[in-house]
Every structure is written in C-alpha cells, then in structure tokens.
Design a protein. Structure first.
Length: 261
C-alpha cells in the first residue's frame, strides 16, 4: 500500500507539472512584461481528465486503507486532487481573463477565517512531513464575513503559501496572521525561507518573473503565481506588499476592504 501511495503521489505531481507547463505558453516579446499567455485547450482538457483519474485513485486507496496513517495520507491526496482541479480552473480563468484585463469575480458574503483554516489544512501534511511550523495566528475577535470572491482570494493566498512552503527549509516557520479594523481586513504571510534579493523585489509581481536564488534552488516554476495574486487583490480594491531580503525570509501583507454591504 505504501508503494501504491508513493506511486500515486509521484504521478500526481510529475504529470500535473508537465501538463500545466504545456498548457501555459509564453509568446515572444522583447521583455517579460510584453509577453502574452496562450492557453492550449486540448492540454487543459487532458489535465482535468488526468486529475479526475488521480482523484478516483486516491478515493479507492482511502476506501481500502485499514491503517490510520495510510488512510489519512490517501484522504489528504483526495482532498488535494479536488482542490487542484478547482485551482487549475481558477488559475487558467485568471490568466485568460487577466490577459484581457477583464477578470470575472463572484462577490459574495464569505468567511475569511474559514478560508484560511482550509488553506492551512491543505498544507498541514507536507508541513508536518518537512517539520515546518505552519500556524494560523488570529485575533480573539473573529473577522466578520465580508464580500469577496472566495475561490479567487483562496487562489491568491494559496500561491503565496505554496511559495513559502517550497522555499522554506525543513524545520522553518510559516505564520499566517489575520486581523481587522473598521475598514480593512489584514492578512500577513511570513516565512523563514530563502527570501528575495533586495534589488529584485521590485520585479517580484511581474509576469513570468522568478528571483535568481529561487531558480537556483528550484528549476521548475512559471513565475505567474504572484502576478495573478496581485491582480486578484487589486481587483478587490485591495493591496499587496512584500518585505524581504535574501536569506532573511519574506513577509507578504494583503489588505482587503471590509465591505459588508
């Protein structure tokens, strides 16, 4: 069973990475800011089908796992596959609509406290495996529900947390903090990872940009996550800022208007 789980996880990660990179294509341009994104519809269809198969595989493993640990891993894989299908749909929509400057949002009254709890839960297993201290630090007084697009804000925050997990060494710390005042909701994501060279911070939210130290550690990556995150936050009339330095970790600060009407 452990071999089957390992194989499923390997296929899930490797296959998804290859297909998503095939589906997002950059056109030639003198500089990254002028590059456009082309979406390969056939590859997207393959990717969704691929993930649906992986989801089914994890469901079957969970059903047939007697061991508590095996069942927990399989359930986590199933939940991750479900989340990945939604995130891929949202990411591709964001890329497609963002290129046109007309991203579509479904503004509804949502609970940001629950959203961050779900986000922490998604990364809990990998954090535990890598001995990362992933924690959610919030005020005693919960943030009231307010209007935002849950799937898009989840995507934006997930991109930042994903980077924090990817570029924080084993044994490090990632803290998500949540607070609010009468006008705004404030979210910060702080890590003890590799950080960003000071002279490259200004480019961090640019389309296809990846810091030099990140490319040395991980060759994979498309440099679209933070670009998409910034656009999502901006379309919510919010703002996103970053404090960082190479070898000193990073802290992303997101501010969203506390709109309740």
């Amino acid at each position: 069973m452990n071999d089957l789980l390992s194989l499923a996880v390997f296929i899930f990660g490797a296959g998804a990475a290859v297909l998503i990179m095939r589906s997002v294509k950059k056109t030639s341009a003198p500089c990254p800011e002028q590059q456009d994104v082309r979406i390969d519809g056939e590859t997207i269809h393959q990717l969704r089908g691929f993930l649906t198969t992986i989801l089914w595989t994890f469901e079957k493993i969970a059903e047939n796992s007697a061991s508590g640990e095996q069942k927990e891993i399989a359930e986590h894989g199933k939940n991750t596959a479900e989340t990945s299908i939604n995130l891929i749909n949202n990411t591709l929509d964001a890329i497609r609509e963002g290129s046109k400057g007309s991203m579509k949002f479904k503004m509804e009254l949502n609970d940001i406290n629950r959203l961050i709890e779900d986000l922490v839960s998604e990364f809990a297993l990998i954090a535990r495996d890598r001995k990362l201290d992933l924690k959610f630090d919030r005020e005693e007084r919960p943030v009231p529900s307010f209007f935002f697009d849950r799937s898009q804000i989840y995507l934006a925050l997930r991109d930042i947390v994903f980077n924090a997990v990817k570029y924080t060494l084993n044994g490090g710390t990632i803290t998500i903090s949540l607070s609010h005042d009468d006008k705004n909701v404030k979210i910060s994501i702080k890590d003890t990872g590799i950080g960003v060279p000071k002279d490259q911070i200004k480019n961090l939210f640019g389309k296809f940009f990846r810091a030099d130290n990140a490319k040395k550690i991980r060759g994979d990556g498309h440099g679209l996550g933070l670009f998409i995150a910034k656009n999502i936050v901006a379309r919510h009339n919010g703002k996103i800022e970053v404090e960082s330095g190479e070898g000193r970790g990073s802290m992303f600060k997101i501010t969203l208007p506390l709109s309740q009407i």
